[in-house]
Ligand binder design. Structure first.
Ligand code: GLN
Length: 488
């Protein structure tokens, strides 16, 4: 029996396309048909004509022997990356109908490797959220249980990959938005070191934390995409690091013998649901069978990462989102009397309630009289959190633990309690605040048959090592191969 196209990994699709087993147009048509038939809410925009035009160009390059490494393989982009050929909304009414005149750097780099854009994927408004429930365009259903959230903010990306609507997608991670939805949907995702991949054309939420990265079913696929995404972008993102692109597949398969995996007691405390804990423990046991050793470490300021993040991120957001004033681009209210009422009405109508909450929090913590007490204090603790990691990395090579305290919650469960969502970010926020790379790899299943991810955190620039640990785990387990039953 031949594998259906949608069950193939990025690596398999790239090889089959290169071997001309099917054309890029046939492949794109297959995925487009699935995307068009989908009712999960994952896609916000399709443009079959644009996708097929790209596919024909790919077929031309394959025929001419000029194929890129991922030639003809389709992917979806989180709707926070601006795209010329597709509208970009950032999940917000504010940007309804917005068309960017250019592609984000990550979009053009992946296109440069030969990949085709299948469509744009749903996300929390301006990437603010943990369940994709803050999207102005409706929630996304988790393919493992349609009554549950797919995680957020890259919820559409994670759900579409799990449902085999796309073989891979881009995501962004400011405080966990690649890792947590990957965990909730049973897929793999990596947030590289802050600055590894350009932020140009990635709609800003909290600029000192925002980082794009790949999501796919396997660590190998993430490595393939990440290799295309990374590298300096000096003219467009001055914070992108001056590090050459790397082949992240080069170390896949390396022996784990003697690898020291740090286990932070703070990640395994009372708040961790027992079902998540046992899946994580089982994955760790698997890694020790492969030769890794577990060493106890401490990340003493883990709990503080919640207030620190929820001061810094809104502070930066309040500044970044000031550009949506109804003048330059985005929604403009119809009936206003003067400039000020136009600003006020446009913003009141365009932003959803979570975004408004963050803007108000951010404005407050930056305001005269509170700046020192909140923002400055948070910056100091952020520095200490980063130092705690450096202390820990003296004792271990990677850190492992849960991604989230519990499995995906039911849609609407936290509707009147935004803080419940914030608290669930506890295990992903520390690495974000420190700018460290982190990933989620399927570790098994917990309550209600929902997927559980294992989080791996590495020191700066240790993406290749993280990907290898995840890859070795995937060679020893089959969680990443399981398909949600509701899937087509
Ligand atoms: N849940 C976090 C927030 O709402 C993280 C979101 C993200 O990483 N974009 O801010």
């Amino acid at each position: 029996m031949t594998t259906a196209l949608h069950d193939m990994t990025v690596a398999e699709l790239a090889a089959a396309l290169k071997a001309k087993q099917f054309s890029a147009v046939e492949c794109a048509q297959h995925f487009l048909a699935r995307a068009q038939a989908d009712h999960s809410g994952s896609f916000l925009a399709l443009n079959p004509e644009a996708t097929l035009t790209q596919a024909r160009a790919s077929d031309g390059r394959i025929a001419a022997g000029k194929a890129g490494p991922l030639e003809g393989v389709p992917l979806g982009h989180k709707d926070i990356f601006v795209t010329k050929d597709f509208p970009t909304t950032a999940g917000s009414k504010m940007l309804e109908g917005y068309r960017s005149p250019f592609d984000a750097t990550l979009v053009s780099r992946l296109a440069g490797a030969g990949m085709l854009t299948l469509g744009k994927l749903n996300c929390d408004e301006f990437a603010m959220g943990s369940g994709n429930e803050n999207s102005a365009y409706g929630p996304v259903k988790n393919p493992w249980d349609a009554a549950r959230v797919p995680g957020g903010s890259s919820g559409g990306s994670a759900a579409a990959i799990a449902a085999r609507l796309v073989p891979a997608a881009t995501g962004t991670d400011t405080g966990g938005s690649i890792r947590q939805p990957a965990s909730f949907c049973g897929i793999t995702g990596i947030k590289p070191t802050y600055g590894r991949a350009s932020r140009y054309g990635m709609i800003a939420y909290a600029s000192s934390l925002d980082q794009g990265g790949p999501m796919a079913r396997t660590a190998e696929d993430c490595a393939l995409l990440l290799s295309a995404m990374c590298g300096p972008d000096p003219d467009r993102d001055s914070t992108s690091l001056d590090l050459p692109a790397e082949d992240f597949t080069a170390c896949l398969g390396a022996d784990l013998k003697g690898l020291r995996i740090g286990i932070a007691q703070e990640f395994f405390g009372e708040g961790l649901a027992p079902d998540v804990r046992s899946a994580v423990d089982a994955a760790l046991a698997e890694l020790t069978k492969l030769g890794a050793v577990l060493v106890p470490i401490s990340l003493p300021r883990t709990e503080l990462s919640i207030p620190v993040y929820y001061i810094i991120a809104p502070a930066e957001a309040s500044s970044n989102l000031s550009r949506y004033d109804g003048v330059k681009f985005g929604h403009r209210a119809k009936d206003y009397t003067d400039l000020e009422s136009m600003y006020k009405k446009s913003r009141a109508e365009g932003f959803g309630s979570e975004v408004k909450r963050r803007i108000m929090t951010g404005t407050y913590v930056l305001s005269h009289g509170y700046y020192d007490a909140y923002y400055l204090q948070a910056q100091k603790i952020r520095r200490m959190i980063a130092q705690d990691f450096q202390q820990a990395f003296k004792q271990c090579d990677v850190i492992a633990g849960p991604v989230a305290p519990k499995v995906a919650w039911r849609l609407g469960e936290n509707a009147n309690d935004p803080v419940a969502d914030y608290l669930a970010d506890i295990f992903t926020l520390p690495a974000s605040l420190a700018g460290l790379p982190g990933m989620s790899v399927p570790a098994g299943f917990g309550a209600h048959g929902m997927p559980v991810g294992l989080q791996l955190i590495g020191n700066y620039f240790a993406e290749a090592r993280l990907l290898n640990v995840a890859h070795r785990l995937q060679q020893a387990t089959d969680f990443h191969l399981r398909k949600p039953e509701g899937g087509q």
